[in-house]
Design a protein around this ligand. Structure first.
Ligand code: HPA
Ligand code: ZN
Length: 336
């Protein structure tokens, strides 16, 4: 894989990165030791950071990945742990030429381990401020709900005082929906998305990663999402593809993730040429960079190697990313 200096220099916005997915095996082992968290003894992958990294090359599905993802994040306990995790991500983002990042986090996965929302938010906020002052990277936080957990659990998390306060203050600008996709269609989460809409929050959801194209339609119709995360299955329905193009809704595509989790067998199989030709806007993202073999620039380079996009097409992709971001207009103009 060649690293393209042109792609490094483009003003890149990242819209689909789970901060918990930026937990590298080396930080994972360090925090496990410091926080006295016992990693599974019956899985040889947890023998060392190296063996864990090697296991990440052999994911068989989204759920196979999620198994490791949830065990991994169990080492995050203190605000300083969340800060270290986010700081590690922002350092990579700076190296890769990211100017703006809208990052996901999974509060339910921490609250269920008795780590408070305030702890998580405090760590991330410190890292974000430092990324802004040291690298000039602006960022926003998006709170994701885990679709494999009971809906009432999602609603009670949404209603927590600390969560509501983070929406009100603007510390968290929107909501997302992630985790196992297939048996949990978007419409199950209507209530929470309607509450979010009433509060004026931004809304996105994972749809059409492993799940069918109908999930994309349902996310648009029943959750009133403004973006679709992944959305690669959109290519399966021409009418919906035309609608998404017309409405100018952005897809946050994650090429290396889609290959590693076997949603496609190669980057070249992604319908990116179709999206460009139909004027469907998309951004390119890393999803869970510590698990999928690379940060955002590696995703750009892999797309370029597969599709040989023109300079004009690359500029168009980055402009769509800026336009589809949820920061203020003044910040957008600085990024162009
Ligand atoms: N899909 C669903 N849930 C996730 C993902 C993903 O790619 N990454 C982290 N949680
Ligand atoms: Zn994701």
């Amino acid at each position: 894989l060649r690293i393209h200096p042109f792609l490094q220099a483009l003003p890149k916005c990242e819209h689909h990165i789970h901060l918990e997915g930026a937990l590298s095996p080396s930080i994972l082992f360090t925090l496990a030791a410091r926080n006295q968290i016992t990693l599974p003894q019956d899985d040889p992958a947890f023998g060392s950071p190296e063996s864990l990294l090697a296991r990440y090359d052999r994911f068989t599905s989204l759920d196979d990945f999620l198994h490791y993802y949830y065990i991994g994040m169990s080492v995050l306990v203190h605000a300083a742990d969340f800060e270290a995790l986010a700081w590690d991500y922002f350092q990579h983002a700076a190296e890769d030429g990211v100017v703006h990042a809208e990052v996901f986090f999974d509060p339910q996965a921490h609250i269920e381990r008795s780590v408070t929302y305030e702890t998580v938010l405090a760590g991330f906020t410190t890292a974000r401020k430092r990324a802004e002052s040291q690298f000039g990277i602006s960022s926003e936080l998006i709170c994701c709900f885990l679709r494999h957990l009971p809906v009432p659990d999602c609603i009670s998390t949404f209603e927590l005082e600390a969560v509501q306060a983070s929406f009100k203050s603007g510390a968290v600008i929107g909501i997302g929906l992630d985790s196992s996709e297939k048996p949990f269609p978007p419409e199950m989460f209507q209530e929470i998305y309607h509450k979010a809409e009433q509060l004026g929050l931004r809304r996105t959801a994972h749809a059409g990663e492993e799940g069918p194209v109908e999930y994309i339609k349902n996310a648009l119709d029943t959750l009133h999402v403004e973006r679709i995360d992944h959305g690669v299955r959109l290519a399966d329905n021409e009418a919906l593809l035309q609608r998404v193009a017309k409405e100018g809704k952005l897809l946050s595509v994650c090429p290396l993730s889609n290959v590693l989790l076997r949603c496609v067998t190669a980057i070249s199989e992604l319908p990116l040429r179709k999206f460009l030709d139909a004027n469907v806007k998309f951004s390119i993202n890393s999803d869970d960079p510590a698990y999928f073999g690379g940060y955002v620039l590696k995703n750009y380079c892999a797309v370029h190697d597969a599709f040989q996009l023109s300079v004009k097409e690359w500029r168009g992709i980055c402009e769509a990313g800026i336009e589809g971001s949820w920061c203020g207009q003044a910040r957008k103009e600085e990024m162009f």
